[in-house]
Write a protein that binds this ligand. Structure first.
Ligand code: G4P
Length: 528
C-alpha cells in the first residue's frame, strides 16, 4: 500500500502529540478523563466502571501502583476530537520517576502544565517545566481547581513568571473563584462563558455565552466580585503582552487558561484553544541543528520506552515507538540503527489502558507499541531509509545505590531474567560489581521499591535490597580506573563502561580538586 503525499500531509497536520505535566494531586487524572470524554474515547456510564476495573486490573498488574496511589507506568492514549487526532502521553507524576518522564517528554510536541489554583507552582512542576524548557517544548498552562478557594489570578501569573521565568499570556480570564466561580472570559473572542454546576447525568456543565457587558452577568454576580472581575479582564486585555505564536513555539511564552476539571468548567474551551495553539509534529531536532521533515518519504521513529509484562497473561514486552517521519504500515521492514539489522514490524499495537488494538497504518506524532521486542533498547531508531541522527536520550547519574540479593536460590534463573528485562526498561539503572553481583542505581528510593516488587510479582523472584553508602556517581574513562582510592567503588554499567560511586558529594568535589586532569561524566561519554 502506498499512501499519497497529500494524505501524509493532512494526517500530520491534524495530529497533536502532547503530555500533561503536573505536581501530584493537581488534577492530571481528572483532566485526562475529561479530555477522553470529549474525544468520545470513554463514556460516562462506562467510565466509572472502567475506573473501578482499572483499579482491579492495575492491582493485578502492578500492586505497588495501587498501594502507593501513584502512576508508575507511562502509557499513550489516542483519540479524535473535532477532526484532530490526539496522542496523549501519560507522564508519571512522582518525582522519583524523572528519568522515565524525561524520556516521555522527548516524544511530545507540546506540554500542558497543570497547576492547582490554590497551590500555584510546586516542586515537581518546576522540575518538569525545566525539562520542557531544555527541549524547547511549547507549554500551555491550565490553572485548575478554580471552583475551590484560589490565589488571586494575577498573583499566580506573577508566581509563574518569577519562579519559572516564562512570560504568561492569559487567553481566558476567570469570573471569581471557589463557590463564586461563575465562568470565563475568552480574551480572543470577547465572549463570556457562564457555567452552572451539575451533579451526575452529564459531564458537560450547562453553558451560556454573552458579551462582557451582558446585564445578566452583573445580576448573577456579587457587585464587588463583578467589579474585581471587570477590572481584571480590562487589565489583562490592555496591559499584558499580546500573544506571539513564535515565542510560544520557542517555549518563551505560555498561554494561560483557567478552569475546573472536576466541574468541567472551561475544559472544552481550553481544548478548543489548545488544539489550535499546539503545533502539529514539526520535525524532531537532529544533531546538526536541523529538523527532520515529518512528511519525508521515508519512515522513521524512535523507541522512548520499554515496558515488560503489560499484560500478565501475555507476559510480553512492549517497546513504545514515536513515529517521526513517513508512514508506518503494518508488516513493513525497517532497519534498527543500533544493530544495523532489518526488523519486520508485524504486530504493532495501539493501547487504551489494558486494551490493545492492531495498528495497520500510523503517521508522525503517533505512538505505537511493538510487541516482543527483545531486540529493542531505549533510544533505538527504526528507519526505512537513511537513519536520522536524533539527539540521544540522556541517561542520568544515579544518586542512590543498593545491592540486590536473590533470597530464593531456586529462582535464580527467573531472578536473572527479571533483572535483565527490568533494567532494559530503565526502571532503575543496573550496574555490576567486580564479582558480577547487581547493584541498582536510582534517583529516588521509590524506584527501588518498584523494581523489587515487580521482580517478586512478575518474575516470582523474591529478593532483598541492601542500601549502599554512596551518594553520587559519574562515568569515567577506562584508562582512569587507577586514579581512584579505596573509598570509591568502581562498577560497570550495562554497556560495560566504568562508573565510579562516591560516598558523598563532598568526596567527589575533593576528588575533582585533587585530580583536575581526570574527567568525570554526568552522562555516559562517547567511547574512548
Ligand atoms: P493527579 O492525577 O494530578 O494526582 O490528580 P487527580 O486528578 O487524581 O486529582 C486529585 C484530587 O483533586 C482528586 O480528589 C480530584 O477529584 C481533585 N480535583 C481534580 N480537579 C479538580 C477541580 O477542578 N476542582 C476540585 N475541587 N477538585 C479537583 P480526591 O478527593 O483525591 O479523589 P476523588 O475521590 O475525587 O477521586
Amino acid at each position: 500500500m502506498t499512501v499519497a503525499r497529500t494524505t501524509i500531509e493532512s494526517e500530520v497536520k491534524r495530529r497533536r502529540a502532547f503530555a500533561i505535566i503536573a505536581h501530584p494531586d493537581a488534577g492530571k487524572t481528572t483532566l485526562t478523563e475529561k479530555l477522553l470524554l470529549y474525544g468520545g474515547a470513554i463514556q460516562l456510564a462506562g467510565h466509572v466502571r472502567a475506573r473501578r476495573d482499572r483499579r482491579k486490573t492495575r492491582s493485578d498488574w502492578m500492586k505497588l501502583e495501587q498501594e502507593r496511589g501513584i502512576s508508575v507506568s507511562t502509557a499513550a492514549l489516542n483519540f479524535e476530537y473535532d477532526g484532530y487526532y490526539l496522542n496523549l502521553l501519560d507522564t508519571p507524576g512522582h518525582e522519583d520517576f524523572s528519568e522515565d518522564t524525561y524520556r516521555t517528554l522527548m516524544a511530545v510536541d507540546a506540554a500542558v502544565m497543570l497547576l492547582d489554583a490554590a497551590r500555584g507552582v510546586e516542586p515537581q512542576t518546576i522540575k518538569l517545566f525545566h525539562v520542557c524548557r531544555e527541549r524547547q517544548i511549547p507549554i500551555v498552562t491550565f490553572i485548575n481547581k478554580m471552583d475551590m478557594p484560589a490565589k488571586d489570578p494575577f498573583s499566580v501569573l506573577d508566581e509563574i513568571e518569577k519562579v519559572l521565568g516564562i512570560t504568561c499570556s492569559p487567553r481566558l480570564w476567570p469570573m471569581g473563584s471557589g463557590p463564586d466561580f461563575k465562568g470565563l472570559f475568552d480574551l480572543e473572542s470577547g465572549q463570556v462563558h457562564r457555567f452552572e454546576r451539575v451533579t451526575g447525568g452529564t459531564f458537560r456543565a450547562p453553558e451560556k455565552t454573552g458579551g462582557l457587558d451582558d446585564p445578566e452577568l452583573q445580576s448573577i454576580m456579587d457587585p464587588e466580585l463583578y467589579r474585581v472581575f471587570r477590572e481584571g479582564a480590562e487589565l489583562v486585555r490592555e496591559a499584558l503582552p499580546a500573544f506571539d505564536p513564535g515565542l510560544f513555539r520557542a517555549g518563551n511564552i505560555t498561554p494561560v487558561f483557567f478552569g475546573s476539571a472536576v466541574t468541567n468548567f472551561g475544559v472544552q474551551l481550553f481544548l478548543d484553544h489548545f488544539l489550535k495553539l499546539c503545533p502539529p509534529p514539526s520535525g524532531m531536532r537532529l544533531t546538526d541543528g536541523t529538523r527532520l521533515d515529518p512528511t519525508d518519504d521515508h519512515f522513521s521513529g524512535f523507541i522512548f520506552k520499554l515496558q515488560a509484562n503489560m499484560n500478565k497473561q501475555h507476559r510480553d514486552r512492549v517497546a513504545f515507538l514515536r513515529i517521526t517521519s513517513g508512514v508506518f504500515e503494518r508488516g513493513m521492514t525497517v532497519t534498527n540503527s543500533r544493530l544495523d539489522k532489518p526488523v519486520k514490524l508485524s504486530s504493532p499495537v495501539a493501547f487504551f489502558g489494558q486494551e490493545r488494538q492492531t495498528v495497520d497504518v500510523a503517521y508522525p506524532g503517533d505512538i505505537i507499541g511493538l510487541i516482543n521486542p527483545g531486540v529493542y533498547q531505549i533510544g533505538d531508531v527504526l528507519a526505512s531509509g537513511p537513519v536520522p541522527a536524533f539527539t540521544p536520550i540522556p541517561r542520568f547519574a544515579p544518586e542512590m545505590f543498593a545491592r540486590l540479593v536473590a533470597t530464593d536460590t531456586g529462582r535464580l534463573k527467573a531472578f536473572r531474567k527479571g533483572v535483565e528485562q527490568l533494567s532494559e526498561e530503565g526502571v532503575v539503572q543496573v550496574f555490576t560489581t567486580e564479582d558480577g553481583s547487581p547493584v541498582l542505581g536510582a534517583v529516588g528510593t521509590l524506584q527501588f521499591d518498584v523494581f523489587r516488587s515487580r521482580l517478586e510479582d512478575e518474575y516470582g523472584a523474591p529478593c532483598r535490597l541492601e542500601v549502599m553508602p554512596f551518594e553520587c556517581s559519574r562515568w569515567i574513562r577506562e584508562s582512569d580506573r587507577g586514579a581512584f582510592s579505596s573509598y570509591d567503588r568502581i562498577v560497570k554499567d550495562q554497556e560495560g563502561r566504568p562508573v565510579v560511586l562516591f560516598k558523598s558529594e563532598y568526596r567527589m568535589q575533593s576528588f575533582v580538586q585533587s585530580k583536575p586532569d581526570v574527567p568525570l561524566f554526568e552522562h555516559p561519554p562517547a567511547s574512548e
